[in-house]
Structure formats: structure tokens, C-alpha cells
Design a protein around this ligand. Structure first.
Ligand code: TNX
Length: 516
């Protein structure tokens, strides 16, 4: 009897849960900031009966529903299930549905309607539903990200969010050549990118210090140069199966992988593996330092183009995305008169294997073929040269977007050749207003490259990536009229606990008043 009574008391407490605080959707700390939020002042409470419904039977939408359930179940302990329905609204539940009636949402936008009775997420395309799911995660308390069961209440403020990105390319680059990062580290990073609605992962797979992707027709690349890295560590490489696994994992999170094979410079690893790729026919020693600009493929030898053809063919076959990155930066030991025909020829090779060319802004000195794009990192004049040739520009200006730059002189990892970039400086710029002559229509988006000379472990990478990465995600997603550091820093401050719950080792910048 006594046991019954206490169970009944518990029931009453659980059922009478009212919001602890008045809820205002417009005060939600969502990063990137949504395009529009219309609050209605109430709340929806997630319970163990909320279940996730998916309209229709599409396996892709079911998978997104399951992804949401997998995010919510460990911390809520609810064991929410994913079910299908033919309805447009399900009382007491979360519903994910594709719609043909809202073209304004575009390929990646979504509408989220929350009232006291239901949560309804609609989008034109699956990617939009995926991004709406990220918003739902961020509307819940930070502890939703923890891996073990937590106390509720699990409350969502009511209202409507309509949201879609400014730029179609919202990326980050991981340099796995200077120090190798394995499949598990990259998967964790992919999950972190997805949480902030980023959609492109550029992998810098080769450089002077190491070769990281198995090429079956040139096996010594990984057998030899897969085993070196900066500082003399053991290195590593992805087998083709592992690379495909990364691509698949990313694809499930609506992230496109872009492989980069840097050339004709930054190629010592290849030059050490195959003597015939050197102009003098002699293999180079493996290199574990951090200098740049000393290596070059033999641009005048036919074998070089056979090599590049094989690499582009094998790598393109494993890469569903539209881009192949040919590097092209800092080829200081290749004469310009050799560099230009080299880049011209390699562009044709990439096109022959069905990919579009991306290259560092240096490639604009060559004749760009239609659909090639330049990644602006160093010289505005190069970016402009690209635009004059009809190319689009990807913005990674090193002074603002190089996420390997130190925050300040006390930073334990990172470099500072371009700048010190504190969290506010990383956020406070806009691609459209950076280079006179380059307009929004010329820009495909932004990317934050993480060069890895100074970092060798996940936590070290995260120290540089966070908390700057969410800011880059917002620059890529949120219209510039809606962005200001003073407002953003409050939302970011509220993401401190969330990043901790996500097990992210971020740098607790003093410019942010972190909310505990
Ligand atoms: C310049 S950015 C490089 C990289 C270095 C980086 C370090 C670019 C295209 N080239 O090789 O890793 O600086 O910040």
C-alpha cells in the first residue's frame, strides 16, 4: 500500500509538469541563427509517448527520423520509436514530412511548427528535414546531448521557424596529411559539422609529409609515404574501403566529401614513393618538417600525367560529390611557365573523370575551364582573376577563416603567419563585402581549413575548431543582415554547456561570457 501511494505521488508530479520558465522561441540559442522565428509563447513537452512519425514510407526520411530518435533516446531515456503515417499532423507527436507546396524553402530549408500539441517539421528535400532536426536538438536543453539518461522536463518553446541557408557550400577542411587522423576522428568531426548545418568536408589527402589514400595502381604511395608525418610519428592512411566508409557516413549526414590531391607542389610524399615522378628521376627522402614550397612533380614528364590520371580516376570513382580539389598552392619550385600548362592539363583530366575542379586561388593564373572554382585563401587578385574567367569563388581568407590560426599569443596550438584570430574576429566578416569586385553571385560559399602542422590528436584539433567553427557555420547559413557579434556571442555563450555535453574540447575564449 505504501509503495502504491508513493508511485501515485510520483505520477502526479510527472503529469503536472509545467514549464519551469516561460518559453520564448525567439530567445532560443540556435546556431546558425534561423532566417525567421515567430514565437507563440507556449511549450511542447516531450514525453515517453511523443514518438516520431514520418509521412510516407521513404527509407531516407525514415532514416532521418531514426537519426532524431537516436539523438533523443540516450539522454531522455524515452525509447521513442519511429513510425510511418499518411497524415499531415499527428497530435502529441513529432512529425517529419516532405512537402511540394513550399518551394521557397529550397533544397536545404525547412519549416518547423511547434504548438502545445505537436511538432511538425516540413521541407522540400530530405536535407531540409535533417537541418530541421538539428534545430530541434538545439531547442532542447544542452543535456539532451549527453550519452546517459537525464532528468527532464524536455520542453520546446512554441512558434514557427522558417529557415534556409545563404550559401550552398558551408565547409571545413581537415588536413590529414601533416598529421594523420583516423576514420573515427573524422566521423566525430562529421557529426560536429552536421550539428551546425555544415554540408561540405574537404579532405586534404596528400602533402609533402604524407600520402593518406590508398591508390591501387600506385601502391607505394601509402606503403611508403603513408607511414610518415610531421614530427616523425607513425602516420597512417585510409584504405579505399575506409575512405568509402567516411564518404557514406558523411552522405547520411548530408555532407559532401571533396578529396584534395595537392599538386604540382606539396608532393614530396609522392616524390619519395616513386623516383620516376621526379624531374631528375631520383626518389626524395620522406619529409617530417613543416616547410612549404620545395617540392614539385616533374611537369614535363608524361609519367606524371599517367600518375595523375590514375589517382584522379580511382579517387573520383569513390567520390559521389561533384568536386575534385587539385590543390595548386605554393608551387614555388615550379616555374610559372611550367605551372600554367600543368594546371590546364590536370583540369581536363578531372573533367574527363566527371568532376569539377576546385583549386587554391593560385590556379587562377592558368586558363580555367568552365565550372572550375577557386578557393580564395591568400590573394584577392587571384580570386578576381578567377571571377574574370567566369569561375566561382570559395571563401577561405586566411586572415579570417584559417582555423589553424592561433587565437592569441598564448594559444597552445596553431600558427599565426596570417593573423591571430579570436572568436569575434572569426565571426565578424562577410564574404560579400571582403573583396571589392566579388559579389554574392560569384561566391559559392565559405570554408574553414584546419591545417595540421601543430595538431596530432582529436582534442588538439577541437581546441582550434571550437568555438570558431559554429561562427563559420553561421556566416555560411545566416543572411548577413541578421548577424551581429553582440547578439551572436550570447547564443554562443549558451552553447558552452552544449559543446561540453557533446564531448567537444573547446577553447573557452575570454571574449565570451560562458553560461554555466
Ligand atoms: C599555407 S593554405 C598552406 C598550407 C599550410 C598553411 C598553414 C595553403 C593553400 N597552403 O600548406 O599548411 O598555410 O597555415
Amino acid at each position: 500500500m505504501a509503495i502504491m501511494a508513493s508511485a501515485a505521488t510520483l505520477m502526479t508530479v510527472a503529469c503536472s509538469t509545467t514549464p519551469a520558465t516561460p518559453t520564448d522561441l525567439s530567445k532560443a540559442n540556435i546556431i546558425p541563427k534561423p532566417v525567421s522565428i515567430t514565437p507563440t509563447g507556449g511549450s511542447f513537452i516531450l514525453t515517453n509517448r511523443t514518438d516520431i512519425y514520418v509521412k510516407g514510407e521513404s527509407p531516407e526520411i525514415l532514416r532521418i527520423g531514426q537519426y532524431l530518435a537516436d539523438r533523443l533516446n540516450p539522454s531522455t531515456g524515452f525509447g521513442l520509436e519511429v513510425k510511418t503515417t499518411a497524415k499531415d499532423l499527428v497530435r502529441g507527436k513529432i512529425l517529419l514530412a516532405l512537402t511540394e507546396n513550399d518551394p521557397a524553402l529550397g533544397d536545404e530549408g525547412y519549416e518547423l511548427v511547434i504548438n502545445e500539441k505537436s511538432v511538425t517539421l516540413t521541407a522540400s528535400k530530405p536535407a531540409g528535414l535533417f537541418y530541421g532536426v538539428q534545430t530541434i536538438r538545439q531547442l532542447l536543453p544542452a543535456k539532451v546531448e549527453l550519452a546517459t539518461a537525464q532528468e527532464g522536463p524536455w520542453e520546446l518553446a512554441t512558434g514557427t521557424i522558417r529557415d534556409y541557408p545563404s550559401y550552398g557550400y558551408r565547409g571545413a577542411m581537415r588536413d590529414v596529411a601533416r598529421h594523420f587522423f583516423g576514420v573515427e576522428d573524422i566521423k566525430i568531426f562529421i557529426d560536429q559539422m552536421a550539428a551546425y548545418k555544415m554540408n561540405t568536408l574537404h579532405l586534404h589527402l596528400s602533402d609533402d609529409q604524407g600520402w593518406r589514400i590508398e591508390i591501387k595502381s600506385w601502391p607505394n604511395l601509402t606503403a611508403h609515404a603513408g607511414k610518415s608525418e610531421v614530427g616523425g610519428g607513425e602516420g597512417g592512411f585510409y584504405t579505399q574501403e575506409q575512405y568509402s566508409e567516411i564518404v557514406r557516413y558523411a552522405q547520411e549526414r548530408f555532407i559532401t566529401v571533396i578529396p584534395e590531391i595537392d599538386m604540382p607542389g606539396h608532393t614530396n610524399a609522392a616524390l619519395a614513393s616513386y623516383p620516376e615522378l621526379n624531374a631528375d628521376g631520383k626518389a626524395r627522402e620522406l619529409y617530417t618538417g613543416t616547410d612549404v614550397g620545395f617540392s614539385s612533380l616533374a611537369t614535363k614528364k608524361e609519367i606524371t600525367y599517367k600518375f595523375i590520371g590514375d589517382v584522379v580516376r580511382e579517387l573520383s570513382a569513390m567520390t559521389p560529390g561533384p568536386w575534385f580539389h587539385i590543390g595548386g598552392d605554393e608551387s614555388h619550385s615550379t616555374k610559372l611557365e611550367d605551372y600554367i600548362p600543368f594546371v590546364n592539363r590536370v583540369q581536363d583530366t578531372v573533367a574527363a573523370y566527371g568532376k569539377k575542379v576546385l583549386g587554391w586561388d593560385d590556379i587562377a593564373s592558368a586558363t580555367l575551364i568552365p565550372n572550375s572554382a577557386v578557393q580564395y585563401w591568400a590573394k584577392a587578385e587571384n580570386a578576381l582573376k578567377g571571377v574574370e574567367q567566369g569561375a566561382k569563388v570559395l571563401f577561405s581568407p586566411s586572415k579570417y577563416a584559417y582555423i589553424d590560426m592561433q587565437y592569441d599569443s598564448t594559444s597552445i596550438f596553431g600558427l599565426h603567419w596570417a593573423a591571430y584570430i579570436e572568436v569575434d574576429e572569426a565571426y565578424n566578416w562577410d564574404p560579400e563585402s571582403l573583396v571589392p569586385g566579388i559579389k554574392k553571385e560569384n561566391i559559392i560559399g565559405i570554408e574553414a581549413p584546419l591545417w595540421a602542422e601543430t595538431i596530432a590528436a582529436r582534442a588538439e584539433a577541437e581546441y582550434l575548431l571550437f568555438p570558431r567553427l559554429p561562427g563559420y557555420a553561421e556566416i555560411g547559413w545566416t543572411p548577413k543582415e541578421l548577424r551581429s557579434w553582440d547578439e551572436y556571442k550570447v547564443r554562443l555563450a549558451n552553447h558552452g554547456e552544449r559543446m561540453k555535453a557533446m564531448d567537444i574540447s573547446f577553447y573557452p575564449s575570454a571574449r565570451v561570457d560562458w553560461v554555466k
